[in-house]
Design a protein around this ligand. Structure first.
Ligand SMILES: [Zn+2]
Length: 464
């Protein structure tokens, strides 16, 4: 990699080798991750880690001291940035996923490229403050209201890539094919912004998106509701040809399963399998309501499953079979999806705590396994396999949490993984480093001076 842009997250590191010294760090070990102390991490060209030295003694002169527990940067594997504007508004009254969606469409209708740049920059800055160093943006808000094309048909996707650069994080833009309101149904009025007409036109538009140092391009099928079965293969083929990630919402609601069975006589998972859309580069999002055969199809194809527990509980979706899928071999990742909250530690512990409520027993996931879902497996699912581990050759993306806050003080640091997952919150994030660049320092974003103010102004400007 080389220096390509003043705004890319790795640009500083590419010209300046920085060493960081962590009081404690969660590091890979042949017997499973362990917390080491006095860890010196050297970074070099390309924003990569060049060496990791535990028990290195006191912080040497010239190294940047990071007190607390250093973790790999957190990957938010499923985001719709504009949903952040719904926060609070959708907690009034009652309803279902489908009534929530009506509110969401009102906000979607209020955005244009300028307002989306402001909003997404603020949202990604909030993510950085929460310890997130890479986001998978499941992007379907492509066109102007009514479906008119912008001068650049990728104007909305481009502002998301730019927003990530301004917020100092990595992005995988999962450009989403969204063509129909349901099986055999034309897009409704709010959905006309989402549709390219057919999957071939989607592919031609997506072809024009180019990766950057901080940005990679992937594909998404919104859902089996939104892409006609005979066009699923076009999207899957596009992703396969580029060895790019392919994400798809799957069986979040039983209504989707019922409609798919009525239209095609098979479950959504089977329909995806039959059209070549499952596999090791595919992530299915939610996977809440699965049959035994669905579970087998996902595991046999080594498909990744992205759980979004804070959104799934917010939308009253149900509890997906994450533990069963993981035990059968599916990698599990985590996403904040609708951004009811943005807190990767809350997502991680929710996976275990939901399972406890369902089974009335404890200890389905180790803290190490939950951290892996949010780091190594999350990054791999977004097409960043070189991120998510603290080791030489990996990208120098770190999240450091305080071990001296009211939430985290007390336990010995050797229990750092347990503290991070079961007690810490986004408010405990002290430092974030992306590609060797110090993006959050002592809890303050270094690129966006007033993140709450940026959120307030971007959301306040929307006429929804
Ligand atoms: Zn989603």
């Amino acid at each position: 990699m080389s220096v390509t842009s003043a705004t890319s997250p790795s640009s500083t590191a590419a010209v300046t080798a920085v060493s960081y010294w962590a009081q404690h760090a969660w590091l890979p070990h042949p017997n499973g991750p362990v917390v080491e102390r006095d860890v010196l991490i050297a970074t070099g060209p390309g924003g990569l880690i060049t060496s990791v030295t535990p028990d290195s003694g006191p912080c040497p002169p010239g190294a940047v001291r990071l007190d607390g527990l250093l973790l790999p940067g957190q990957a938010n594997a499923h985001s719709h940035a504009f949903h952040r504007a719904l926060r609070g508004h959708v907690q009034v009254g009652s309803g279902t996923f489908w009534t929530w969606r009506d509110t969401m469409y009102r906000f979607a209708g209020a955005l244009d490229p300028d307002s989306y740049l402001d909003l997404a920059t603020a949202v990604y800055a909030e993510m950085a403050l929460a310890g997130i160093t890479a986001v998978g943006e499941f992007h379907y808000l492509h066109h102007a209201p009514g479906g008119a094309r912008y001068t650049d048909p990728n104007a909305m996707g481009e502002v998301l890539i730019e927003a990530a650069a301004r917020a100092g994080i990595r992005i995988t833009l999962l450009d989403t094919c969204y063509l129909s309101a349901g099986f055999g149904a034309e897009p409704t009025k709010p959905q006309q912004r989402f549709s390219d007409g057919d999957a071939q036109a989607w592919a031609e538009r997506a072809d024009a998106l180019k990766p950057r140092e901080h940005a990679r391009i992937g594909a998404a099928i919104h859902s089996v509701r939104a892409v006609p079965a005979e066009q699923l293969g076009t999207v899957a083929h596009w992703a396969a040809m580029r060895r790019a990630p392919l994400h798809v919402h799957l069986s979040e609601q039983t209504a989707e399963n019922d409609a798919c069975l009525a239209a095609h006589g098979v479950t959504p998972t089977r329909l995806l399998a039959d059209h070549g859309a499952l596999g090791p580069r595919t992530s299915v999002v939610h996977a809440t309501h699965l049959t035994d055969e669905d579970v087998k199809l996902l595991t046999d194809s080594s498909t990744t499953v992205c759980m979004c527990p804070t959104t799934e509980r917010d939308l009253a979706d149900g509890i997906g079979p994450a533990r069963r899928l993981a035990s059968a071999g599916c990698p599990i990742t985590l996403g904040s999806d609708s951004h009811a909250v943005v807190d990767p530690f809350e997502e991680a512990r929710a996976l275990e705590l939901d399972e406890r409520l369902r089974t009335r027993t404890r200890g389905h996931w180790t803290a190490n396994a939950l951290l892996r879902a949010g780091t190594e497996d999350g990054h791999a699912s977004l097409g960043w396999p070189e991120a998510g581990r603290i080791e030489a050759g990996a990208l120098a993306d770190f999240t450091v949490i305080a071990l001296d806050s009211v939430r985290t003080a007390g336990p010995p640091p050797r229990l750092g993984a347990e503290i991070a997952v079961f007690a810490a919150s986004a408010a405990d994030v002290r430092h974030v480093v992306v590609g060797g660049r110090h993006v959050v320092r002592d809890g303050a974003h270094q690129l966006v001076a007033d993140v709450p103010g940026a959120l307030r102004s971007a959301i306040g400007a929307l006429d929804y």
